[in-house]
Design a protein around this ligand. Structure first.
Ligand code: NAD
Length: 647
């Protein structure tokens, strides 16, 4: 099968590339999301090439578009744009007829896109709804009041019937025509059954197009590419009538010029308004779910918002996180209580006072009132909780599949960040990384990259930009050591440690830091070591064969110094640079080995807290550093070692 319908694969890719370049350019200027819509149609002929409607711009998203005729083409396009736009918007209405494409292609483009998109987020929409909404809005905006107007709909298919119902609900007298008379009768009957019982106007059907259009104010042509509206239809319209063509080609050129002479306006439906409406509605719903829907306690009183089915007695507010308005008291069944008990009235009053206090900016004012001060303090405490909010941050963790790296990555993922786990160990990435990607979906992205190779870091930069278009935090966690005695040190060992710890950390900071410099914001967190600050004590390592090496210490000392240098050097770009220097972290897998056990015992004695570190000991510091809580910290080396270096 020729999936590309007259275009070869290269031409199709070129076309999509051109569109995406333009989309990214506009999105960058307007600071909006990027998207690609994949819609389908049954209007297919063997000569049709895929149709690329013009780029659509809304307040939220800039979208390239394609209309496909086969499931296979939808799949190819999804694979090709995946990861290159924030959202793929797929048409959820199924229009391709399975009979046309055989058993292997059931024409389900929604499923094809879901199965073949791994990185971009998917949103679904219904293209016919979009058109129907656009027509309804156009008519109601320009020709209201609609009540009593006679509207003919020629071609009562899916869109025509949707439009008929909305206009009938507005009180229009609907006149319907379609070739299949049995379906026409049933549709008309159904419309009259569905319309609100108070609506007086009705839907009627007619045998011919001319009869349907007789004495009408508006004719809506819904016959794709079939010019069925005749001069006779126009002759019998009411004065100042209009024709709306939503079938693209339901009125011929002749008839259009005849209509002009007769002062009848012919409009070609522009779906942009419908598209804006649907996108706004999708993003408003997303916002509602992510930011407004929820419940919490304020001063011992439960508040809720955003359409949550709140329990009886909960106070409904506009936004439960940061309420600015009280809406009512929940009756526990999705509605408000009409009559309130004294206790409920008191609760309402308390929440209103909380809101008012905040509006007055009121700490000084509140200080005069001890009772109010109590709950204001509680409120502040909750706001300060937001200090640690890292949702939507984009964070790269190098060495991210190692012991410490995995703990840090999972902690950040659990708190809502997008984490790019970078490691040179393909096997571990395959095992653990894939599992993490399954758990955290598109927020977790694992990538093989050897940080001792500059070209691989450059590639990483490209991927970060293409996938997330920003980088909030870089955690330089990848690090290696060698354990042979100093006297036996080889050139290879020196190169190995220097290339990863020094050059790798430096190049990641330099190359990925360019993104932060451009953003004028970012945070680099290096992982040093206590052995970058103090020498290891040979006595505690004994025969463990894990003696810490001079080159490891030298490189870790270098990392602490790079931290300070970059903090000073990049402060003008609003980039913070800090270092965490861990003490020894226990390796549970080795604890059964006798020589390791002895080493741990000796290590524990040198340590105030009498134990080695655990990877979980670093969760707190990483949340602190990646979040706004650490906004005034830069150039610091934070030592987490149970007191090992304190004496
Ligand atoms: N474990 C400790 O006791 C301890 C103590 C102090 C500091 N540190 C530092 O913490 C960091 C993490 O240590 P860990 O204990 O999790 O070690 P680990 O060996 O478990 O993890 C290090 C990870 O870095 C990866 N890596 C190595 N070379 C790389 C390269 N060239 N490119 C990309 N990835 C590479 C490895 O594949 C591994 O997954 C290191 O920088 C280490 O020096 C560890």
């Amino acid at each position: 099968m020729n999936y590309f319908q007259g275009l070869n694969e290269e031409e199709l890719k070129k076309k999509v590339d051109d569109i995406l370049n333009e989309v990214h350019e506009i999105a960058k200027k307007t600071n909006t999301y990027t998207g690609f819509t994949i819609a389908n149609t049954k209007k297919h002929s063997s000569t049709s090439t895929p149709y690329f409607p013009p780029i659509r711009e809304t307040n939220h998203i800039i979208c390239g578009n394609i209309i496909v005729y086969t499931e296979e083409l939808a799949k190819k396009v999804a694979e090709y744009v995946d990861g290159r736009v924030d959202y793929i918007l797929v048409d959820a209405e199924k229009k391709i007829l399975p009979s046309e494409y055989g058993e292997n292609d059931a024409g389900n483009i929604e499923l094809a896109v879901f199965l073949n998109t791994k990185q971009s987020k998917i949103l679904t929409f219904k293209a016919n709804d979009l058109t129907a909404n656009a027509v309804d809005t156009l008519i109601s905006y320009s020709y209201s009041p609609i009540g009593g107007k006679k509207i003919a709909i020629i071609g009562a298919g899916n869109i025509g019937t949707k439009v008929a119902l909305t206009l009938l609900e507005r009180g229009a007298k609907i006149r319907l025509y379609r070739r299949d008379k049995e379906k026409l009768k049933s549709i008309t009957k159904a419309l009259n059954l569905i319309k609100p019982s108070g609506t007086i106007s009705e839907a009627e059907y007619f045998d011919t197009i001319e009869e349907t259009c007789f004495d009408t104010d508006i004719i809506i042509g819904c016959t794709p590419g079939i010019p069925v509206i005749s001069k006779d239809c126009i002759n019998n319209m009411r004065y100042g009538g209009i024709i709306i063509d939503i079938g693209k080609g339901s009125v011929s050129k002749d008839v259009i010029s005849y209509a002009k002479q007769k002062n009848i306006k012919v409009i070609r439906e522009d779906v942009r308004a419908g598209f804006d409406g649907i996108i706004n509605s999708i993003f408003s719903t997303k916002n509602l779910i992510e930011n407004d829907m929820g419940e919490r306690e304020i001063d011992g009183i439960m508040v809720a918002s955003g359409g949550i089915m709140a329990e009886e007695g909960y106070i409904i507010v506009d936004n439960y996180k940061n309420p600015t308005r009280v809406v009512g008291v929940s009756n526990g069944e999705g509605d408000f209580k009409r009559e309130l008990s004294d206790e409920e009235k008191q609760k309402l009053k308390t929440i209103e006072q909380v809101i008012q206090t905040k509006k007055n900016g009121g700490r000084e004012k509140v200080e005069k009132d001890i009772y109010k001060q109590t709950y204001d303090a509680k409120e502040n405490q909750k706001e300060e909780g937001d200090l640690f909010n890292i949702k939507d941050k984009v964070i790269v963790v190098t060495g991210g599949i190692g012991r410490l790296g995995t703990e840090l990555s999972v902690t950040l993922l659990n708190h809502g960040a997008n984490v790019i786990i970078v490691d040179s160990d393909y096997t571990k990435l395959k095992e653990k990384g894939e599992e993490l990607e399954k758990i955290y979906g598109k927020r977790c992205y694992c990538l093989e990259c050897d940080i001792s190779k500059k070209d691989q870091i450059e590639k990483l930069k490209e991927i970060i930009l293409e996938k997330f278009n920003k980088l909030d935090v870089l955690i330089n966690c990848a690090g290696v050591g060698v354990y042979t005695p100093f006297e036996e040190r080889t050139e290879e060992e020196l190169d190995y440690v220097i290339n990863v710890n020094i050059k790798g950390t430096l190049n990641c900071s330099k190359i990925l830091g360019e993104i932060m410099k451009n953003q004028k914001k970012g945070h680099i967190i290096n992982i040093g070591s206590i052995y970058g600050m103090v020498s290891s004590d040979k006595k505690i390592y004994g025969d463990s064969k894990r003696n810490n090496s001079e080159i490891y210490s030298m490189t870790k000392a270098g990392i602490i110094m790079l931290t300070k240098y970059l903090a000073a050097h990049w402060a003008p770009y609003n980039i913070q640079v800090n270092c965490i220097s861990p003490g020894g972290i226990i390796n549970e897998k080795k604890i059964d080995r006798e020589e390791y056990k002895e080493f741990v015992e000796r290590y524990n004695k040198k340590n105030f807290l009498n134990r080695m570190g655990k990877t979980s000991d670093f969760k707190g510091i990483i949340l602190y550093l990646v979040s706004d809580a650490s906004s005034y910290m830069t150039g610091s080396n934070i030592v987490i070692d149970g007191g090992f270096t304190a004496w």
